[in-house]
Write a protein that binds this ligand. Structure first.
Ligand code: GLC
Length: 669
């Protein structure tokens, strides 16, 4: 009896303790938990929560002793070893255990750049980079991609991805062009909400969801000359018209965090721009998550380190990504509060925002890796989603009656540096920050995909292009090698001499040539394209290269549309849809399908001759009019209908043909 009384008393005591520590009560409201925990925290602990440290810059005990709020794996900072997702889960759980040893047991939130799947992890599913997903323009697919990525991240314990990047790239010289969905904000607007829904779900709970990041706030893609971390010069009206729209659906989806851009707006660094962060993001648009700086981003501000911290925190940044200087940052932060240069209320607001995300993620109840998901990382089901994304990302830009190919017979010659190179087809943010060529992670190269797809045809591969003679067709896979951020800045987007020599080797065989361009942006192909019978923009497809063969050989048709204008020359850049003078090689939103790209007979007059009868007359105008009113006529070559090259097919195109026919105008766009 005595024993029972003691047990009951102990149970009563434990309930009383939990009850008195509301923040540990999962049934309490999030706001009650936040305010209870905040009231228990010292200034040092609050300052610690506002820091994000690089995992390689931490010693055992640091997380607990400094109450550090977050850890990141910078884009090359992988688990060691990085052989499987469980290596990451072991690493994560060790860090989390350290954090929970802290006085108040506040779990740490771990962030990574899972920007096209969790590319850091060896064996994970790597999706096309955003420019390819922009070409696909498929919101439902984005939700699937977000869901798969969240699962593969949550399996490792990691709670947070620094994505999606909602930049609107306006100058292809920028090395981060491929991180955006496209040059027109309409694409990011179309895809952001579902992508974030995939990452976060509606409640952030359930162990398979992670918090996302709307980045980089704001106008990072609009800098003069496409200079990375440069200066965007534009009116507020243009900023709101071009660079803001993709963020609205992200905020409506309840994105958990936002990351500030390194760049400046009209000469002022975004990292100290109170109007952009406090006024626009938090007050006008009601952002309730927390704002994080970019990697050492505050250190680009003028003044001492203390000045940089003061300006950025007072501008509205809540967490500082100070990977290696986190200790000094905490110390400066504490001093700035004690001397009144940062109001206590600002600190309490920032910490409340951070704790709110942690409570919403369920970190206090489930702080460790969800190891039940480990077997989903890189699974066939996940890779099937990525393969679908590859198919839908491809844009057919030229087809002189050569696609789709038949794989049943004959002989196919494959060439080019990007045909059989996993690293090149994944691009950066894969295993390492800058990515690298070679066999860097499991997957299917484009060549392997071709070999798996063809049934009877003979496939020969020679990277140099030599030996093409005698084959029925050549597929030449060329383009760019991996780069990230500033290292990708390029004032000459012409094909490399190596790629041109591969093409020349193939041309000498006098067989049909299909070029597949693997690149993070359009390249200048104007002087080469007339030698090509087919031309496909494949962007940076990721691990599932077979998606390219699926479409080349007709299992699926091309559906992708250009997410960016394709320049004729470098001197045209920047060139964007809507420009007053607009004469690109291919217009924004252009894209053929095999079903609609019938052969162009000799003598055809190109744009306007939509029925391919070699003349431009009123019949062509009527066909476009019929198409526009949705009476889809037969034998209609859509690729010749956009006579004003604005990316749309409408009545204006029909009227231009009529004007041309009666001699009022002499040429189209
Ligand atoms: C980088 C990038 C940012 C990334 C962060 C963490 O510098 O600007 O997009 O999320 O650092 O790797």
């Amino acid at each position: 009896m005595k024993k029972k009384i003691i047990i009951m008393l102990l149970m009563l005591l434990s309930i009383t303790i939990v009850w008195s520590q509301t923040y540990l009560d999962p049934n309490a409201s999030i706001e009650a938990r936040v305010s209870d925990l905040l009231s228990r925290m010292t200034l040092d602990e609050k300052c610690g929560q506002m820091l994000q440290a690089e995992k390689n810059a931490l010693n055992q005990g640091d997380l607990a002793n400094y109450c550090i709020g977050s850890i990141l794996s910078g884009a090359s900072s992988t688990a060691e070893p990085n052989n499987t997702a469980s290596d990451w889960a072991d690493m994560y759980d060790n860090f989390q255990q350290d954090a929970l040893n802290g006085r108040l047991g506040i779990p740490v939130i771990y962030g990574v750049d899972a920007v096209h799947g969790f590319g850091n992890v060896y064996g994970s599913t790597v999706f096309p980079h955003n420019i390819g997903l922009g070409a696909a323009r498929d919101p439902d697919l984005m939700e699937q991609i977000g869901t798969v990525t969240a699962r593969e991240v949550a399996a490792t314990g990691v709670d947070w991805t620094f994505g999606p990047c909602l930049t609107v790239p306006r100058d292809e010289r920028w090395g981060r062009t491929y991180e955006g969905f496209g040059e027109d904000p309409e694409i990011g607007e179309m895809l952001a909400q579902k992508y974030i829904l995939g990452f976060q779900g509606t409640t952030l709970q359930g162990g398979e969801k992670i918090t996302a990041t709307a980045k980089h706030w704001i106008a990072d893609g609009g800098t003069t000359n496409g200079i990375d971390q440069g200066n965007t010069v534009c009116t507020e009206a243009v900023l709101r018209q071009i660079h803001l729209p993709p963020y609205i659906p992200a905020l409506n989806a309840g994105v958990g965090t936002a990351m500030i851009s390194f760049s400046s707006w009209n000469g002022t660094k975004c990292h100290e721009y109170s109007y952009l962060i406090n006024e626009m993001l938090k007050n006008e648009f009601g952002f309730k998550g927390f704002v994080i700086s970019d990697y050492n981003g505050i250190q680009q501000l003028s003044g001492t380190y203390s000045d940089q911290i003061r300006k950025s925190i007072n501008a509205g940044i809540d967490m500082l990504m100070e990977p290696n200087s986190w200790q000094s940052c905490i110390s400066n932060l504490r001093t700035l509060v004690n001397n009144g240069q940062i109001p206590q209320s600002r600190i309490d607001d920032a910490v409340s925002r951070i704790l709110r995300v942690k409570f919403k993620l369920g970190l206090f109840e489930n702080p460790y890796a969800n190891r039940n998901l480990l077997n989903t990382v890189g699974s066939a089901a996940h890779r099937a989603v990525a393969r679908e994304a590859v198919r839908k990302s491809l844009v057919l830009l030229k087809n002189e009656n050569v696609l789709p190919l038949s794989g049943n017979s004959g002989s196919i010659f494959v060439a080019g540096k990007n045909a059989d190179n996993m690293g090149n087809q994944c691009g950066a943010w894969t295993i390492s920050w800058q990515g690298e060529s070679g066999d860097i992670t499991p997957g299917t190269t484009i060549l392997e995909g071709i070999r798996e797809t063809v049934t009877g045809a003979r496939v020969t591969y020679n990277q140099s292009g030599s030996g093409a003679a005698g084959h029925d067709v050549a597929i030449v896979v060329i383009g760019e090698t991996p780069y990230a951020e500033g290292r990708g800045y390029d004032t000459d987007l012409s094909l490399t001499q190596d790629d041109i020599s591969v093409l020349n080797n193939v041309y000498s065989a006098h067989i049909p040539v299909i070029v597949v361009l693997v690149s993070g942006r359009p390249m200048i192909v104007t002087n080469q394209i007339d030698n090509w019978d087919g031309f496909v923009a494949a962007w940076l497809p990721g691990t599932e290269g077979r998606g390219v063969a699926d479409v080349l050989f007709g299992d699926y048709d091309f559906t992708g549309k250009l997410p960016c204008t394709w320049p004729r020359t470098m001197s045209q850049i920047p060139i964007n849809v809507g420009d007053s003078s607009y004469d690109p090689l291919f217009a924004y939103n252009y894209g053929l399908s095999c079903s609609a790209s019938t052969p162009a007979p000799t003598g055809t007059t190109g744009p306007g001759d939509v029925n391919n009868d070699g003349s431009i007359d009123i019949v062509d105008a009527l066909l476009i009019a019929q198409y526009y009113v949705d009476l889809n006529p037969p034998n209609f070559d859509i690729s010749r209908a956009d006579t004003n090259c604005n990316g749309n097919i409408d009545i204006v195109d029909a009227l231009l043909i009529a004007q041309y026919y009666v001699g009022l105008i002499e040429k189209f766009c």
